[in-house]
Design a protein around this ligand. Structure first.
Ligand SMILES: *Cc1c(COP(=O)(O)O)cnc(C)c1O
Length: 345
């Protein structure tokens, strides 16, 4: 890996971060807070939240088998994705490389930050070649984006190729594991200490059932997390979100139960969907959705909208012509989808 200073934008490396009132006193027991110009009334909402979310990270660390200093928490994983650009990529100078098709936010953040986004096509099995990604990169490439299980295709990326990339690329390798809770594959979280250039993204928005609270996680070396902390807004994760996540983490058995039900439903829904007249193929999935090639994605999508059922039309996405992406719902919701499609003329 190039050293971290070389990878980081010079202005960020030199940045003296904003020091909040809550940062400065830490370490002592205090009971009178006259430091942050808060209103003393309307507890607990009157106080600024913990800028580094220490209680939350202490609960996450043992579940994810990482050290607290290897965790960044943000307003969705989308905040972490944006921070990767803002910390490492010089606008109009640097570039990133990504697989194609994949999650749309990498390109949106690249465009917002005026960073060139280089796409490398997946093969017919939706797998990538480390060699091709390396061939698309140059000395201005700061990061390579992977997503496993991938969205919208649903499949895990080949572990061997990811390792090849981590060893062969001297910039950052981002592995977005938003759907890892639905997959049997070994998480790259367990390899953080082996690969100093690895950044793993996970989220509370999918298996954890908390898309509304906006809480995403990035895991990386303490040095990389330190850079994220320097650039993020001081109070980027609000108090309500921290509280709700703490409550859920103390009851994480529930998440396991949801995942079990959803995996059973995934098998049932995919099997029944495959038998429909309109279904041409269902691609293998390791996530809580599947990609299906159908006879006419746009007309089936419109028909379902008319029935009040919304799936994702991916027909305009690379390699996904006439494909719908279907999220696994409750048994009742999945039956509603199947019934509607059986009735379709
Ligand atoms: C849904 C999703 C996310 C989650 O984003 P949040 O901002 O945490 O809600 C991240 N990556 C991928 C690939 C996703 O599909």
């Amino acid at each position: 890996m190039r050293n971290l200073k070389e990878l980081t934008r010079p202005n960020v490396w030199a940045l003296k971060p904003y020091s909040s009132a809550r940062d400065e006193y830490s370490g002592v027991e205090a009971s009178v807070f006259l430091d942050a110009n808060e209103n003393p009334y309307h507890a607990p909402y009157n106080r600024y939240p913990d800028p580094l979310q220490k209680e939350l990270k202490a609960l996450i660390a043992p579940i994810k088998h990482v050290r607290e200093g290897q965790i960044f928490l943000g307003n969705g994983s989308d905040e972490a994705i944006d921070l990767i650009f803002r910390v490492f990529c010089r606008p109009a100078v640097d570039n990133v490389v990504a697989i194609d098709p994949t999650y749309g936010m990498y390109q949106v953040c690249a465009d917002v930050n005026d960073v060139e986004y280089r796409k490398v096509l997946l093969d017919e099995n939706f797998q990538f070649s480390a060699e091709k990604l390396l061939a698309a990169s140059d000395e201005k490439t700061k990061a390579i984006f992977l997503c496993s299980p991938n969205n919208p295709t649903g499949n895990n990326l080949c572990r061997k190729e990811i390792e090849k990339l981590l060893e062969g690329f001297d910039g950052l390798v981002i592995v977005d594991e938003a759907y890892a809770d639905f997959s049997n594959a070994r998480s790259f979280l367990l390899d953080l200490d082996k690969f100093p250039n690895l950044v793993v993204l996970q989220t509370f928005s999918k298996a954890w059932g908390c898309a509304a609270i906006r809480l995403g996680m990035a895991f990386a070396s303490e040095e990389i997390i330190g850079l994220f902390n320097k650039v993020k807004y001081p109070y980027n994760v609000n108090q309500l979100t921290q509280q709700e996540a703490i409550a859920l983490l103390k009851d994480s058995q529930k998440v396991q139960e949801w995942v079990e039900i959803l995996l059973k439903e995934r098998t049932r829904l995919a099997d029944s969907f495959a038998a429909l007249n309109c279904c041409l193929h269902i691609y293998p999935t390791d996530a809580n959705f599947f990609l299906a090639k159908v006879t006419d994605a746009s007309s089936i999508y419109a028909y379902l909208v008319g029935k009040g059922i919304i799936v994702r039309n991916r027909t305009n996405v690379t390699l996904c012509g006439n494909c719908l992406r279907v999220t696994i719902g409750t048994p009742e919701e999945n039956d509603a989808l199947l019934d509607a499609l059986k009735e379709m003329k």
